[in-house]
Ligand binder design. Structure first.
Ligand SMILES: O=P(O)(O)OC[C@H]1O[C@](O)(CO)[C@@H](O)[C@@H]1O
Length: 526
């Protein structure tokens, strides 16, 4: 059994704190640039690589991080997790999202079943259902094919699946894997559902109601919104809706659905893209084979994350450097900057993944911790971000570590040569330029044009964003967040912090208010 200790109790961490920081400009200029880039590259699955050459670390720091990984028993804790230990101490649950894409360790038995077999069975049921929809064997009441899938869900039941759909939409259109358009309704703002429904041929739409708990106010409200719209068109909602939920949720036994597919309490919402939560919408949109490739990519990356040596384990090294930057160097945030338009919603997904997992003040035993935990995560695709918030990143008073993601090839392949270069070359040139500009800066006598440099970044680089490389990318970040949770000794798998607002909103709606709650209720005329 692993020993769960707070970060500041670990000898290796205390030693790390004593090491003098690295001057990034000096290390970047020191050894030959090409050598450093080569030495700081860790292969990932599906042709991706994690490169930390532009991080403020040298051999002393990475050796100490290696000791920290060993003392914190990161690999052992991951092994316990995938072998079915109760890692989610807050809710007393196992943490099994890795099993949705592969069997990393021993069979895990829970609720009287083999959990890998359970997740695979759900995938097979979804695959069969999606194939029947595509072949026109499951149709609307008029016997016509469904042409659009609309997911209704919020948080993890929206962000991950939506980001994955957008990441693969153009790839699927280009490669002949596009089966039907997917749309998403998440916000309880009536304008969200109304706008999606107004642009959808609802008579030919299949709706996927996704809620693990089956109790989320926004999702149930939006379900009623959609049912109402269907009825107004003389359509039977039960012929247009499927559900993805846990077997214990109030939705599981409802007769309101064409079919129901299951995940369980061992899959956190933000870790559910590879479960039935992502499986239903992605299999309907692109076909089950594409979803299977996505799962394979994630499974391959998980295997690499089980490696003990952080110098060979990209997710572990990413996590360790992140903790060094957060706790020793004191940086408050991390920007996620994918140089890929297809990853436009990936930063939004990572916001939930990271901040809902590690935005904690108590350790896994409920005791307060005396160090900072998860950073603020934000981001936008490049190059759009460059023309937005990069000013602060380059010349502001706060140093924000940067996580770039880039691909050598575009997904669609249509391009144009302007001034001797393609748009893809311009995109890639911008990533390279930004990494160097942030790290090395530029001296100028005019202080206003001076760039201090010393702003660390890493990059995950691949050939092309495909279902498999997307799966690997997703798993990398899930595993990074998990390792950071282990280092901070927090439970990364519950989210009590989102409950209070929900409870108070219910009181406002029930007019059970006083004090500040009453003042704000009146201000908003509820
Ligand atoms: O799938 P459900 O149960 O509707 O929950 C949706 C989301 O709500 C949360 O519980 C937080 O509000 C997330 O963790 C989750 O992803």
């Amino acid at each position: 059994m692993a020993d769960w200790k707070n970060l500041d109790e670990l000898t290796a961490y205390k030693e790390l704190e004593k090491l003098s920081p690295v001057d990034l400009k000096t290390v970047m200029a020191g050894e030959s640039g090409a050598e450093r880039v080569k030495n700081c590259s860790i292969p990932m699955a599906e042709g991706l690589a994690y490169n930390y050459a532009a991080k403020a670390v040298d051999g002393r720091i990475t050796d100490q991080l290696e000791k920290l990984a060993a003392e914190a028993q990161l690999a052992e804790k991951f092994e316990e997790l995938y072998n079915g230990a109760v890692i989610n101490t807050g809710e007393k649950r196992l943490v099994l999202h890795h099993l949705t894409r592969g069997q990393l360790g021993k069979p895990v038995m829970a609720d009287g079943v083999d959990k890998r077999a359970f997740y695979k069975e759900q995938q097979e049921r979804i695959a069969e259902f999606a194939d029947k929809v595509h072949k026109g064997e499951i149709t609307n009441a008029a016997g016509e094919k469904f042409t659009t899938v609309v997911q209704i869900g919020i948080g993890g039941s929206d962000l991950g699946p939506r980001a994955m759909y957008l990441a693969l939409e153009n790839w699927a259109k280009k490669t002949g894997n596009f089966r039907m358009e997917a749309k998403f309704i998440s916000n309880v703002d009536p304008d969200d559902a109304a706008a999606v429904l107004a642009s959808t041929d609802v008579a030919h739409a299949i709706f996927v109601l996704v809620s693990k708990s089956g109790t989320t106010l926004e999702t149930l409200t939006n379900q009623s919104f959609v049912m109402d719209a269907l009825r107004k068109q003389g359509l039977d909602p039960a012929k247009h809706m499927i559900a993805v939920t846990s077997e214990t949720s109030p939705l599981a036994s409802s007769k309101d659905y064409l079919a129901a597919f299951y995940m369980d309490d061992y899959i956190g919402g933000r870790y559910s893209s590879t479960s039935a939560v992502g499986g239903a919408v992605l299999s309907l949109a692109f076909g089950p084979e594409v979803f299977a490739q996505f799962l394979d990519g994630a499974a391959s990356e998980d295997k690499l994350a089980a490696e003990k040596d952080p110098k060979k384990n990209a997710a572990m090294m990413d996590a360790l450097i992140g903790v060094y930057e957060r706790n020793v160097l004191g940086y408050p945030a991390t920007a996620v900057l994918p140089y890929s338009q297809a990853l436009s919603r990936f930063p939004a997904h990572l916001q939930q993944l990271d901040m809902e997992s590690n935005g904690k003040s108590v350790n896994r035993f409920g005791d307060p911790v005396s160090y900072v935990t998860g950073p603020i995560i934000f981001g936008e695709p490049g190059t759009n971000g460059q023309h937005s918030f990069y000013q602060l990143l380059h010349q502001g008073k706060t140093i924000v570590p940067l996580q770039f993601v880039g691909f050598r090839k575009s997904q669609i392949g249509t391009d144009v040569v302007i001034q001797d270069t393609t748009s893809q070359q311009k995109l890639c040139a911008n990533v390279a330029a930004q990494i160097v500009a942030f790290a090395c800066g530029k001296q100028d006598e005019n202080r206003n044009k001076n760039f201090e440099g010393g702003r660390p970044s890493s990059i995950i680089i691949g050939d092309q964003l495909t279902p498999a490389s997307l799966g690997a990318l997703l798993a990398h970040f899930e595993n990074k967040v998990m390792f950071q949770g282990f280092l901070w000794n927090v439970n990364s798998f519950d989210q009590e912090g989102v409950q209070l607002g929900k409870v108070l909103a219910k009181r406002v709606l029930a007019h059970d208010t006083e004090g500040a709650l009453q003042v704000y209720s009146r201000l908003l005329e509820i």
